[in-house]
Design a protein around this ligand. Structure first.
Ligand SMILES: [Zn+2]
Ligand SMILES: [Zn+2]
Length: 143
């Protein structure tokens, strides 16, 4: 992670606040089928590493979405709060939780092969297929 900045974000109803000590300014878009179904479209997330803490934790519902990862959301307002890789406790947080949008750049798009035809981002980004992502994160997702 380069150029990391710490920041605090919150869900729509403010019941949950997330604090990331080290946060990448590089935003990644995920077009995978699961994110599409979870959020209604692509999700834009930033890598926050493992140094993430939450207040209002009792308002968080965690959905065990795969053997290697889980997804959290606010049970009051439904805001998506995180995607967490279990093995290395790595958090990816939706960039929209944070207010300082000026600091971010759309840097990469993953699961580009699962992106539906009806939209595309015009940003110049590094794009990876699902197979490339699984290869890169193999140590985190293999049992
Ligand atoms: Zn909420
Ligand atoms: Zn995804």
């Amino acid at each position: 992670m380069t150029n990391s900045v710490g920041d605090q974000g919150s869900c729509l109803c403010n019941a949950v606040k997330a604090t990331a000590i080290h946060m990448s300014h590089k935003v990644g878009a995920c077009h995978c089928n699961m994110c599409q179904q979870w959020t209604g479209g692509p999700i834009l997330m930033v890598d926050c590493g493992s140094d993430v803490s939450f207040t209002g934790e009792e308002q968080i519902t965690v959905f065990d979405s795969s053997e290697w990862a889980e997804r959290g959301f606010c049970k009051q307002c439904g805001s998506h709060l995180f995607y967490r890789l279990k093995k290395n406790n790595q958090y990816f947080l939706p960039v929209g939780l944070f207010q300082q949008s000026g600091a971010f750049v759309l840097d990469h798009q993953i699961f580009i092969d699962e992106k539906p035809e009806y939209y595309c981002f015009s940003n110049e980004t590094q794009n990876m297929t699902g197979a490339e992502v699984f290869a890169m994160y193999a140590p985190m997702i293999e049992p």
